[in-house]
Design a protein around this ligand. Structure first.
Ligand SMILES: N[C@@H](CCC(=O)N[C@@H](CS)C(=O)NCC(=O)O)C(=O)O
Length: 239
């Protein structure tokens, strides 16, 4: 099985940690988004959507991180807690997985692009009110994660980690790549993060997040001429 990944990307990190944690054998196919690898002809044959992560299992290709992890969970019979068979527990996982796409995901990404990528790579000035608005939206999502999804439980569905926590943590980590410590002043979220890191294992967690947490340094060595091609799209999406 092949996994096409760029660990700058949140959904790639969840897929990567899920596969590694469950000892699922795979070949890591490096797709450097900043080099435009996802626009190559070869990658287009793997994922016509031109997004990472993507999976190839012999002649079966699959896009979308959630679908990929569900496929791996079924195929490799991973421990039940990741995606419980119990109707209501599974529904809880699905509830978070459905919510996050349009909530935390965009809000975390925006901070990363507005604080780091836009000013440094694209030399774009982000208006203060846009930045303030993005931080407010992110804070609203984080508060909902604490109050609606975690509550007083160890993990989103209760005593065990699940796909919901894995998908949540990678998004929540994204703004840290741009130097915004969103855990500051949030003891509940921080304690949950520590439990998630423990459940995944610190070495694997750090391995998956090394690239995003080193983003500020990495972009200094970026070939800016390549990323300029994506500037109009970045403006449309994030400004
Ligand atoms: N819903 C998709 C999102 C995938 C996605 O947005 N991937 C981004 C990286 S985080 C990507 O490949 N972007 C490239 C582009 O849009 O050009 C999933 O969960 O897999």
């Amino acid at each position: 099985m092949e996994l096409y990944l760029d660990l700058f990307s949140q959904p790639c990190r969840s897929v990567y940690m899920f596969a590694k944690k469950n000892n699922i054998p795979f070949e890591f196919k490096d797709i450097a988004l900043m080099n435009g690898d996802h626009h190559s002809e070869a990658f287009g044959r793997i994922n016509q959507l031109r997004k990472v992560p993507a999976l190839r299992d012999e002649d079966f290709c699959l896009a979308e991180s959630i679908a990929i992890m569900q496929y791996m969970a079924e195929k490799f019979k991973t421990p039940d807690f990741w995606y419980p068979a119990d109707l209501q527990q599974r529904a809880r996982v699905n509830e978070y997985l459905s919510w996050q796409h349009t909530a935390i995901r965009m809000n975390g990404s925006k901070i990363f692009w507005m604080r780091l990528m836009m000013p440094t790579v694209y030399e774009l000035e982000v208006p203060q009110e846009k930045m303030d608005g993005a931080i407010e939206d992110l804070n609203t999502s984080l508060t909902l994660i604490e109050e609606k999804f975690i509550q007083d439980k160890a993990f989103i569905i209760g005593d065990n980690i699940s796909l919901a926590d894995l998908v949540a943590i990678v998004e929540i980590m994204q703004p840290l790549g741009a130097g915004l410590d969103i855990f500051e002043g949030r003891p509940k979220l921080s304690a949950w993060r520590d439990r998630v890191v423990d459940a995944i294992g610190k070495d694997l967690f750090d391995d998956a997040h090394q690239k995003i947490l080193g983003a500020e340094e990495a972009i200094k060595h970026l070939d800016k001429s390549i990323v300029q091609i994506f500037k109009p799209k970045v403006i449309r999406l994030f400004l």
